[in-house]
Design a protein around this ligand. Sequence first.
Ligand code: ADP
Ligand code: 5GP
Length: 204
Amino acid sequence: MNERNLLLVISGPSGAGKGTICKALVEKHQNNLQCSISATSREVRPGEFVDKTYYYIGKNKFLENIENDQFLEFAEVYGNYYGTLIEEVQRLFKMNADVILEIEMQGALQIREKSEDAVLIFIMPPSFKELRDRLHKRNRDRKEDIQNRLDKVSSELKYIKDYDYIVVNDRLEDAVAKIEAIIIAEKCKMNEKTFDIGTFIKDI
Ligand code: ADP
Ligand code: 5GP
């Protein structure tokens, strides 16, 4: 029997640890779990890799792709466009993997509208203070960008109710283990795609 492949959506405030958790999960489950690479209109930042961190396609191409219905979801964030290409998700499902989308909340809601089966996970930091410390320690963003990210948190928390699960990222290993448990539970969920009860009963 084929297990169903899952579409996992991971969101949460900037600095909560989404990227760190996704990286740990993909390293641990290389053949079974893949992170979708998003397209963006923004420039490459130092330390990022073309076609690995993002597909950097520029604004014109991004708008053309919207026009041609190439996106499963997309959103404008901090003045730039970000989106999940349908072709990218199809490519990863063909590898028989579960697929993670690390995306913000507007995009997550678009996925929810398109697929009831998608699994939406909200990553929370253990406290606001810890979130602020992590953003500073990451040493990536300018002070005013960090403040912008912190200012957005309370409006982002309003989306929690639309998610299926909340995972608090206190110890990284625990957060990873919780998501592994969610994946197992979702694969065991009863639905007609996971178990052909008709065929089973005929054989009794
Ligand atoms: P996000 O992708 O949500 O913006 P990151 O994955 O970049 O967040 O994590 C933000 C910072 O917090 C990074 O410096 C990362 O190393 C650190 N971090 C992530 N998870 C933990 C954790 N469980 N405990 C301590 N630090 C963490
Ligand atoms: P950054 O520029 O810091 O890499 O990303 C900014 C925000 O865009 C983050 O909240 C990130 O999760 C979100 N993001 C990245 N890719 C996508 C995507 O494909 N779709 C949506 N909706 N958001 C994305």
